[in-house]
Ligand binder design. Structure first.
Ligand SMILES: C[S@@+](CC[C@H](N)C(=O)[O-])C[C@H]1O[C@@H](n2cnc3c(N)ncnc32)[C@H](O)[C@@H]1O
Length: 259
């Protein structure tokens, strides 16, 4: 099923969404020559940060969404970044790379054990894998998604929706990576995004976790669904005295160097 990603909705929270990518980049240094790929590059704003960090390497942003790739092409047309519409699950690089970066995208692809191995295969010796995956399973907004999408009223619309895959265990990740990689650096962090607006959590999730569900609905049903979702999460995300809302996001980071 095609997911309709909306770059404008996604970029409303650009500053908050960029922070984990910047934190991940701060742990990456490259000591081998070669190109860079940003897997699931979205609207390209993080790819542009990568370009500024390493201005002289070939750099490709890859995304499955036509809308996202078009936005990146339009916004960064004056750069020499290459943009490619492709599915990460089937992506193979033409050449071995110095850095494979992916921020908040691999949770959409099933079977991480096989996926990680396939991705690592595209790295040169001493090339770096840098990944951030949101761990949303136990977070309130995700529980609310599970609850509403199982209601008899809605569940038939979502029969073909791909579920987010982020339940991989640290031991398992280490086991997969350690055969081919060294200097493995894994950490988890909670981010507390302070958001403004009436229903900012729904607005945030509209641009990510709700995207596959909303893609299946007519405009009229989308509005009804979103109103019901807002109602469901209102009490989970109370407004602070200054009318702002705190959104907790848990994130897993992995940096590893190919042997
Ligand atoms: C939450 S956005 C992250 C965008 C960007 N990496 C960032 O940090 O701002 C997730 C992106 O992953 C892309 N994506 C999801 N599944 C994909 C797949 N199988 N292959 C390529 N891109 C995919 C979506 O189209 C979307 O642009």
């Amino acid at each position: 099923m095609t997911q309709k990603w909306n770059p404008n909705t996604y970029l409303i929270f650009e500053k908050d969404r960029s922070r984990p990518a910047i934190d991940l980049l701060s742990q990456i240094s490259l000591d081998t020559d070669g190109g860079i790929v940003d897997l699931g590059c979205g609207p390209g704003n993080i790819t542009k940060i990568i370009r500024d960090l390493w201005p002289n390497r070939s750099l490709t942003g890859i995304d499955i969404s036509e809308e996202m790739i078009n936005e990146a092409k339009k916004k960064y047309q004056k750069t020499d970044i290459h943009w490619m519409k492709a599915d990460i699950a089937h992506w193979v690089s033409d050449e071995k790379l110095a850095l494979i970066f992916s921020n908040a995208a691999l949770q959409w692809i099933p079977n991480h054990e096989i996926l990680f191995l396939k991705i690592i295969h595209n790295l040169k010796s001493n090339g770096i894998l840098g990944i951030q995956i949101p761990l949303t399973k136990e977070l309130n907004f995700q529980k609310a998604i599970r609850k509403i999408t199982c209601l008899p009223k809605w569940k038939n619309y979502f029969k073909n929706v791909k579920q987010i895959n982020n339940s991989i265990k640290i031991n398992k990740i280490y086991q997969i990576l350690s055969n081919d990689c060294k200097d493995i650096n894994i950490w988890k962090t909670n981010y507390y995004h302070i958001l403004e607006g009436n229903s900012p959590v729904t607005e945030w999730i509209k641009g990510t976790g709700l995207t596959p569900y909303l893609s299946t609905l007519s405009n009229q049903n989308k509005n009804i669904f979103l109103d019901e979702y807002k109602e469901l999460i209102n009490n989970m995300y109370p407004k602070q005295k200054d009318k702002k809302t705190i959104l907790k996001m848990k994130r897993l980071f992995i940096v590893a160097k190919k042997k």
